[in-house]
Design a binder for this molecule. Structure first.
Ligand code: HEC
Ligand code: HEC
Length: 543
């Protein structure tokens, strides 16, 4: 089977598998969803029925190979996908979903085990992969991420079977791993599985403790904050209702600081007792949610992203609403001395006097249960630096900053990869944002960087080097929009380019802050490096 057709299979399949119940039940009343939900006994029975044809009992109450591994819901989806795709396993989608739930619950990862590689589950773009120690990095993290490995647990014997399987399935691995010049297989079949079994073993104290952990009920009212690169910070509340043992519905009342609503609703399955996977609508956008509940069940954090563009999304921090007052976000987080701005404080029980610190005069425009809208006037000589926000008896340190001039613009990510689109393959965009910084005198005479967050900048692209200028990459590789989202061009040989080259490019991405907003006589600029490369053919749930 070619990589292309496998990629196409994955694309619709993999996310649908994780969220399949949600998609299938969207039109169903909640009671239908609840009755469709199956318990652990059904999971065990279905594994025996559907997997037992090839996997024999291992004498420990589980089936050979299947009982030897623990992984994330995404990891189980990938393995079962391979059983279908390569070994001819046939099973209805509802059965597959029940099996994934059962295996993720009984053979998943503890929160602390999944934590270091969550970026891969959250599909965060342009995050450096974690580094495996010693030779493992070169042996195992060249074709796929190290995260894929760090998100599984097996003993040495099963890691060895994994190495055998790689060699059987991809015989070219020998050449790719340079086996002509070294004893690659000797290493891959001895020291590598031993090291993996030591680093990522099947039985751990963390997993044993998590299995004894009291179940978490996520139902209730939550206070939310997050930041969407290109759009800004948002805040508000979430109402979460439990509709089955491991299934929830949520209603979101969220807003950006400029008042634009980001309301929505979600339907989520919680795997392994803490892994929230939701299918949601936020504003007018279809999104997926990958959150983790904290072990105590008081926080829900992660990332949501567009269903068709995982690289576009935002982080998500939710804390349980309590009886007391609380500030979760002040936005925007900077105001220039001598100007006025509309500022929103998101939180709960925000009664009482509002004070934003020295040099800031506050006028309350609107007081809601979970937000306060303020008109704030910064005195012309207000000292630059962070301020504590106080509302009644509650406060938040360094909640906002006053500045008089911007010294620097940090563009994030500093290095990004975008990919051309073409045919059935969507492009992979790149979203940039800025953090404006003013250096103020700090303690012991050392300058202190005051982070002002995103200010309204203009975006442009330029050649990264002389070669890119000569090849006119700027004209062919794509364009950047006013929110800092780079939209790559279509793929394919381009007769307008030398040697009919593809529309790849090597670019600088430049953010420019106008003199008026920077408090300076000249504009302030910042830049990042962007490589625009060929299509991504394969989009597995974990890279
Ligand atoms: C038609 C035969 C067949 C069926 C049915 C089958 N498998 Fe497999 N399974 C295999 C073979 C062959 C291998 C070894 C090759 C491989 O790993 O792809 C394997 C390997 C595995 C492994 C080890 C994978 C690894 O990464 O080392 C797991 C886990 C697994 N299967 C789970 C399942 C589950 C769960 C089911 C039922 C939903 C299932 N299998 C059904 C044939 C099957
Ligand atoms: C030559 C490229 C290549 C190298 C090198 C490689 N892998 Fe893989 N690996 C793959 C591919 C491709 C897949 C996905 C196969 C599929 O699911 O169709 C994969 C899948 C996996 C999986 C997921 C298995 C599952 O059940 O879905 C694990 C775990 C893994 N590799 C571990 C390793 C380890 C450990 C090493 C180092 C010993 C390694 N890989 C080296 C190509 C590679």
């Amino acid at each position: 089977m070619s990589m292309t057709s496998r990629a196409e299979n994955y694309r619709g399949w993999a996310l649908a598998a994780l969220l399949g119940v949600c998609a299938a039940s969207r039109a169903m009343p909640a009671t239908a969803v609840a009755t469709a939900t199956t318990g652990p006994a059904d999971g065990a029975r279905l594994v025996r029925t559907y997997c037992g044809a090839c996997h024999l009992p291992d004498g420990h109450g589980t089936l050979a190979r299947i009982g030897d591994e623990r992984k994330t819901p995404e990891g189980w989806v990938m393995t079962i996908f391979r059983m279908q795709n390569l070994h001819g396993l046939q099973l209805p989608a509802t059965v597959r979903d029940t099996i994934v739930r059962y295996l993720a619950d009984t053979q998943g990862l503890a929160p602390s085990e999944a934590a270091p590689a969550r970026y891969a589950l959250e599909r965060r773009p342009n995050v450096p992969d974690l580094r495996l120690p010693g030779d493992l990095q070169r042996m195992c993290a060249r074709c796929h991420s190290a995260a894929r490995i760090a998100l599984e647990r097996r003993d040495t014997a099963d890691w060895l079977k994994n190495a055998n399987w790689h060699l059987a399935e991809f015989p070219t691995i020998e050449y790719q791993e340079g086996a002509r010049d070294r004893h690659w297989w000797r290493e891959a079949s001895t020291t590598v599985p031993a090291e993996l079994g030591r680093l990522f073993p099947l039985h751990t104290a963390a997993w044993a403790a998590w299995q004894r952990h009291a179940p978490i009920d996520l139902a209730g009212r939550w206070l939310v904050r997050g930041d969407e690169p290109g759009r800004g910070a948002y805040g508000g509340t979430a109402e979460i209702r439990r509709i089955a043992a491991d299934e929830y519905r949520a209603t979101y009342h969220l807003r950006f600081a400029d008042g634009k609503p980001l309301d929505g609703h979600s339907h989520a399955i919680v795997y392994t007792g803490y892994e929230w996977r939701g299918t949601a609508t936020l504003g007018d956008r279809a999104v997926h949610e990958v959150f983790a509940a904290s072990p105590g069940g008081r926080q829900l954090t992660g990332r949501w992203f567009l269903a068709d563009h995982a690289e576009i999304g935002a982080d998500w921090h939710a804390v349980r609403a309590g009886r007391g007052p609380r500030i979760v976000l002040v936005s925007p987080r900077a105001i220039r001395a001598g100007t006025s701005a509309r500022v929103t404080i998101f939180g709960d029980h925000l009664g009482g006097t509002v004070d934003l610190g020295a040099g800031l005069r506050v006028h309350v425009i609107h007081r809601g249960r979970a937000s306060l809208v303020l008109q704030v006037d910064a005195a012309p000589h207000a000292a630059p630096g962070y301020r504590t926000a106080r509302v009644g008896a509650t406060s938040a340190a360094d909640a906002l900053a006053v500045y008089d001039r911007v010294d620097r613009l940090d563009v994030t990510p500093a290095f990004a990869i975008a990919r051309l689109g073409g045919g059935k393959i969507d492009p992979v965009d790149a979203q940039f944002s800025v953090d404006a910084i003013e250096e103020v005198p700090g303690s012991a005479g050392k300058p202190q960087a005051v982070h002002l967050g995103a200010l309204p900048v203009a975006w442009s692209i330029a050649p990264f080097d002389a070669q890119a200028a000569h090849d006119r990459d700027v004209d062919f590789a794509g364009r950047i929009d006013s929110r800092g989202r780079f939209l790559p061009a279509g793929a394919g040989p381009n007769p307008q380019r030398k040697f009919h080259a593809d529309n790849t490019g090597n670019l600088d991405v430049i953010a420019t802050l106008a003199p008026g907003d920077a408090g300076r006589a000249t504009p302030v600029t910042g830049k990042a490096h962007l490589v625009v490369t060929v299509q991504r053919w394969n989009t597995p749930p974990i890279y």
